[in-house]
Design a protein around this ligand. Structure first.
Ligand code: ADP
Length: 450
């Protein structure tokens, strides 16, 4: 196993990785920005090095400095976490060129999934079901219009280079198409530097169900069941759970096998997530593959009793997968709520300030808190405003929800506005308890939630 690794990230995920690495006897090098001088991940690490000013572009995105620090500190591998450099092909290549193990997939696999249209073409060849639509290179307005007509309405225009729920536009009728296309291309050009669009049938009440896959460097692949992330606001996940309520074992198997096929089609290594849209009739369609550890990975850990960061470290070290498919057993139900510094009364605007008072629920076999902050810390404008992830587990969904509701009641944060009250209303609502899940959940039940 590695003796020393560098964690090229901050916040809860940096702390999360350090925790597992320490348990395995691996020493950890942290990097930090000026704003994070006193951050929890720095305190937890064995060594820490300053990258630069607060802005990500001058700190956590400085691939050159991070590689230099890895080399001078003797770190054998770099864990990129999620966000920042985690899906950056050049960074993965630079690690390789400097004889540092990138704890993630090969650069070629990151590149293959970096474009939504190229990814769809690969998945089609691998026999993975796709949302019907158009994902070709020809972007002439005439052709796109013909393809839109073929696809039917409502349809979704999606930026090929999009991410984070941005660059999407629903089009209800042909009469709106030209204007919508021009506007979507303009937005995509500004946000991602690439105006290319793909067209998808817009599913009106789908669920977001994603499969956790894992592959080792010997070509073996497994799936660790699914997560339901249908509760979203502006296409961003708010509450996640595993397993997905009501999913039959046959569908789980079919989705899991399709996801492993998808990963193997691009010679994947490490942790990955294949996202599907899931329709009421049990059909499912590939949406995209994320080539990193996801924010919501803990719910999978809770129902499989596995440590996915440990799996990542072992696989990156060249070891085979810790378990074979038939050894992966599911138990109970897990939920995760993302606790954000934001103001639900003012359109969820990110909130900033000092965490003057912080009281987390007691952690035990049922309740887990993944966080990168302690009382007294500053929540700044510079980074993602997530304060913590609250994860609960119990032997049934109903009991897990009760745990979540109770834990949210125990969670106290003073000094910064948070979405805790909103999460509580969400988890405790009748439609959520009744498994009435689809990606329009929050919009549909606003009256109950605010
Ligand atoms: P991003 O990479 O920006 O997160 P995704 O392709 O993963 O974009 O889609 C994000 C969310 O948008 C999905 O979870 C789902 O809620 C919604 N969505 C995406 N494609 C469709 C579609 N064809 N029909 C309906 N909803 C969709």
């Amino acid at each position: 196993m590695f003796n020393k690794i560098l964690i090229a990230n901050r916040g809860e995920i940096a702390c999360r990785v350090i925790q597992t690495a320490h348990r395995l006897g691996i020493r950890c090098v942290a990097v930090y920005s000026e704003a994070d001088r006193h951050a929890r991940h720095v305190a937890m690490a064995d060594e820490a090095f300053l990258l630069g000013p607060a802005a990500s572009s001058e700190s956590y995105l400085r691939a050159d400095k991070i590689i230099e620090i890895a080399k001078s500190s003797g770190a054998q591998a770099i864990h990129p976490g999620y966000g920042f450099l985690s899906e950056n092909t050049d960074f993965a290549k630079a690690c390789e060129a400097n004889d540092i193990v990138f704890i993630g997939p090969p650069a070629s696999a990151i590149a293959a999934m970096g474009s939504k249209s190229a990814a769809k073409a690969i998945m089609q060849d691998a026999g993975v079901p796709l949302v019907p639509g158009y994902h070709g290179d020809d972007q002439s307005p005439e052709l796109l219009r013909v393809e839109a007509e073929k696809c039917g309405f409502p349809l979704l225009l999606k930026a090929v280079a999009g991410g984070g729920g941005k660059g999407m536009r629903v089009v209800e009728a042909m009469s709106e198409f030209d204007d919508a296309l021009a506007a979507a291309q303009r937005e995509a050009k500004n946000a991602f530097g690439n105006p290319d669009m793909l067209i998808e049938k817009y599913l009106t009440q789908p669920r977001h169900v994603e499969i956790q896959v894992f592959c080792d460097s010997k070509g073996n692949g497994v799936y660790l069941a699914e997560r339901d992330c249908s509760v979203q606001r502006r296409h961003q996940k708010v509450l996640e759970e595993a397993p997905a309520p009501g999913l039959s074992p046959e569908t789980r198997k079919a989705m899991g096998e399709a996801a492993v096929r998808a990963a193997q089609a691009i010679d994947y290594v490490g942790a990955g997530t294949v996202e599907f849209l899931y329709d009421v009739d049990g059909s499912f369609y590939f949406m995209e593959m994320n080539t990193r550890l996801q924010v919501e990975h803990p719910v999978t850990e809770m129902i499989t009793a596995q440590d996915l960061v440990e799996w990542q470290l072992r696989v990156a070290n060249g070891e085979p997968l810790p378990l074979q498919q038939d050894q992966i057993k599911l138990r109970g139900h897990a939920l995760e709520a993302r606790i954000y510094a934001e103001d639900p009364d003012h359109d969820f605007l990110p909130a900033t300030g000092t965490l003057r008072y912080l009281r987390t629920p007691d952690e035990n076999a049922h309740v887990r808190v993944d966080t990168g902050v302690v009382e007294g810390d500053e929540v700044s404008i510079h980074y993602d405003p997530m304060i913590a992830k609250l994860i609960v587990w119990d032997d049934s969904r109903e009991r897990a929800i009760n745990r979540m509701v109770q834990a949210l009641e125990e969670y106290r944060i003073g000094g910064v506005k948070t979405n805790i009250r909103f999460l509580h209303a969400l988890a405790d609502s009748a439609p959520f308890r009744n498994e009435e899940l689809d990606t329009g959940f929050i919009g549909k039940h606003e009256a109950l939630l605010f």
